[in-house]
Design a protein around this ligand. Structure first.
Ligand code: GLY
Ligand code: MN
Ligand code: MN
Length: 430
């Protein structure tokens, strides 16, 4: 791992919180992700499943975590199963977790090799009445492959058809959406690395550079700061490419007079950051670009203030829609008649701002959170309004990541990343 170790108290507390929500005589199982094949013997780089990571800190393939608060033998209340490591594996693949190291990372004392799993799991299941399966109920999920977790669920249901099944996911959605201070510190590190990348490209962008060269500058800065790389596929979109919301080709030359929208975030210790900045390729906004930019920034600033404990995500979006409507009227992009005649399901402002304003952010870029429950202190959200005007050849989005706080004043994890149009111009011309 490139990242510094994370305090294992986080994982000890996370397991405690999860187990407090479990029914009597129940156990819960969490599997690592598979290493996904490409072809021949090529594989994708390993990405740990965020749930086992959240509960154990174990960032390694073929690992299984079992939580069983009512286990007869106290040592089986928290159990880890790991792929056995030995000298041969150490020579070919490098360091893997030993049992001692797994304890240091996770705080779990009972660590077995995977070869012991079937026997111990059978014994634990004879003491349990309910098993919690870890299905994926994220509101944006769309998974076609069969995961390691899916295979485990299938085989366990076959082997233990008389048990009751329960769902881990709602518990994890609630727990993971509210961040511990240790997590907020890690998210801050991810955002600080993103800041370094942004400052680097401000000195690099000029007419004639290619979008992929800018992508490379970010990657360079991220890796040299112990980032795992991009938290998601970056969008480096100059000119009208910014109006393709999921533009990821990043293969065009930046033209004088165009803006460039960059939706880029560093991942650190598997935590995301999610930033968008839009800057002028030649270092100066035109008056029109600047008017639209300032309008987007006003919406962002006002929207951020609405992220307070007790607010609801859906109503928040309705309020942001009103802010955006007023700015679009001011910019002459829509008129009063458009607003009076608007379809309530697709208000007039959606013509220029057609995506959501905020999502939970954390171990996943689009993180867990139950959207119909009230917003709580400790939740981390993006705030990312945009105005997209294909007929004028540019699109502007700005995006910061903020922590909701008890005192009602959100804390901006990206407060140090330049955002004012004037400051960006000064930095690009210094
Ligand atoms: N970068 C993904 C998003 O902004 O949601
Ligand atoms: Mn983004
Ligand atoms: Mn985002």
């Amino acid at each position: 791992m490139k990242y510094f170790p994370i305090d294992k108290q986080l994982y000890i507390q996370n397991r405690k919180n999860f187990m407090a929500e479990m029914k009597p005589k129940s156990l819960a199982v969490f599997n690592s992700n598979d290493i996904y094949p490409i072809s021949a013997d090529s594989t994708m780089p390993f990405q740990q499943h965020r749930d086992i990571l959240y509960l154990s800190g174990v960032d390694q393939e073929e690992s299984i975590l079992v939580l069983f608060p009512d286990a007869v033998d106290e040592k089986h209340r928290e159990v880890l199963f790991l792929r056995e490591t030995n000298e041969h594996i150490a020579i070919w693949e490098g360091e893997k977790l030993t049992k001692e190291r797994a304890f240091e990372v996770s705080g779990i004392k009972s660590v077995y090799w995977l070869s012991d799993f079937d026997k111990i799991f059978f014994e634990l299941m004879t003491q349990a009445e309910t098993i919690y399966f870890n299905t994926n109920e994220h509101y944006r999920q769309s998974v076609e492959t069969e995961t390691r977790e899916d295979r485990f669920i299938k085989s366990t249901k076959q082997q233990f058809p008389a048990h009751t099944y329960a769902k881990s996911n709602p518990i994890l959605q609630r727990l993971r959406s509210v961040k511990d201070q240790i997590e907020i510190d890690v998210l801050q590190t991810a955002c600080d690395i993103t800041e370094k990348g942004f400052r680097r490209v401000l000195g690099f962008i000029k007419p004639g550079v290619w979008e992929y060269e800018i992508e490379a500058e970010y990657m360079h800065e991220f890796l040299r700061n112990r980032s795992d790389g991009f938290a998601y596929t970056p969008i480096i979109a100059s000119g009208n490419n910014a109006n393709v919301l999921h533009y990821i080709q990043n293969n065009q030359k930046c033209q004088d007079g165009d803006l460039i929208l960059m939706d880029v975030g560093a991942s650190y210790a598997n935590y995301s950051s999610d930033m968008t900045r839009t800057v002028p390729v030649n270092g100066r906004f035109t008056d029109r670009q600047r008017s639209v930019y300032d309008a987007v920034q006003r919406v962002k600033d006002e929207a951020t203030k609405l992220l307070v404990p007790g607010a609801f995500w859906k109503e928040y979006h309705v309020e942001v829609g009103k802010l955006m409507t007023s700015e679009l009227l001011g910019l002459g992009l829509i008129d009063k008649a458009d607003v009076q005649n608007e379809d309530p399901d697709w208000p007039a402002y959606k013509k220029y701002f057609m995506h959501g304003t905020s999502h939970h952010m954390g171990l996943d870029t689009h993180d867990y959170g139950i959207l119909w429950e009230p917003i709580k202190a400790g939740m981390v959200f993006t705030v990312e309004p945009g105005i997209y005007i294909p007929e004028e050849g540019f699109g502007i989005r700005i995006e910061d990541d903020v922590v909701v706080r008890e005192n009602g004043e959100p804390f901006n994890l990206m407060r140090n990343i330049p955002i004012e149009a004037g400051e960006i111009e000064d930095l690009m011309n210094s």
